[in-house]
Design a protein around this ligand. Sequence first.
Ligand SMILES: [Zn+2]
Length: 508
Amino acid sequence: MNRRDFIRVSAASGASLSAAKLLGQVTPGATPASPSAASSPAPTAPAGSATGATVSIPVAVSAVAGPDYETALDDMRARGRVNAVLPFIYTHETARAGIPTAQLRGGNFAIPHMEYYKDAGLTYEDMRATDYGDLDVLGRLIPAAQKRGIKVFPWILEENTRPRIANWEKLYEVDWTGRRATAHPGGPCTNNPYYRNFTLGLVEDYCRSYDIGGLMWGSERQGALFNALGLQHGNGEASRNRTPLVTCFCEYCVKKAKDQGIDAERARTGFSELSKYVDATVARQRPTDGYFVTFFRLLLKHPELLAWDNFWVQSRNQLMADIYAKIKSIKPAIPVGWHQWQNASFSPFHRAEIDFADIKAYSDFVRPAVYNNSAGGRMKTFTDNIQHNIFGDLPASQANDVLYHLLNYQEAPYDQVTAAGFSADYVAREVRRAVDDLAGSATQVWPGIDIDVPLERGGTPCTPAGVKAAVKAAFAGGARGVILSRNYIEMNPDNLSAAGEALKELGA
Ligand SMILES: [Zn+2]
């Protein structure tokens, strides 16, 4: 049994036997004692049980920065049986901060310790959030949470929208036409040394300066090819009526790609040709040989389109591996895991980019977002987007059916799916798929469960019965934890309580 296996076994073995306790005398970086030398781990919980599960909840900063933060922790614990809280501790985004856009400055709601941010090109002022004055939200939260048996995981969700602070500009991607990214589907560049130094510095800072219980990082983006086609859920018309940011062609990416034998100029030519195709399809001008054939011909003529897409994905994976290694070198016992953008539930193309087998070596847990209730409207918007280009030869209802077959779902038809949402069966299938993909590793699946995730127009709000069914489906699919999602401040308290009831019935 290697160190990571050991950590996971102990983490799964019940609240009374924490991994931290077992590893308490281990020097960071050293190989810990074998489990038999420390204590006999409790038997693994039976399939479908939530006994010993990590029950976590992301929370906007505002809910844990106010004077009633301890009341909020008690509420999460009482209603949701929460044993891990995931504050969006570094953010410039309004829902994650819980602060209206007009008043929000954002940044790090903990204290940046500057010795960890060498060569990140950012000052203390560039990073520190001042919305709550001198308050160190993380420093105050951790002891209050620990007193209640709750661990605190900083939850770092990459910021696609560039902060309006001058020094941040140089961390962001450059698209094939030379534009610097300001928003999704662009974002900071994972090959940019400033961004890498910032990110690795941030996780080191949280590890060394605070008694964190784990860490989750996420990036809700995909590669250049699928960005060019607008193959994502949401946005609808808006995503089709703009010139998408197709990234990244910054100096660091161009050089790294060259070292891997990928020619940036040939890729640029491919994206130039692809943009003509996209412009025509947005105008509903069917190519002579059809939407799909013409798209596929572009791939044959410009294989760099695929190479550049995969280059982006592998570069992000490298940053994840580096985050993992950094944290494990400091605190080997704490779990480190990754949020997975829900677009993988709708796009077979983005799903293909996310191969759990590729990342399991540096993942203690993965969090596929399986927001079943809001999935209905998201599915419809994805279908609309893909039906405007590569599936343009199919009627929308049939395009939707093809996607269901490709993705292995049995859900409501195109014209009903927004109101119906997805079923709990979808949750079980997606969790099972992740568990099966991770077979042979100790990586756990902690799916993101939909509790009042905002809806597309025409969606139907969550109900307690629906939430309960989703939680039970997650464990039936093989989950070892859940992340009650996506943000405590968005949740109807009755729906959070329903999640707690399901967990109680499952033995949590
Ligand atoms: Zn780049």
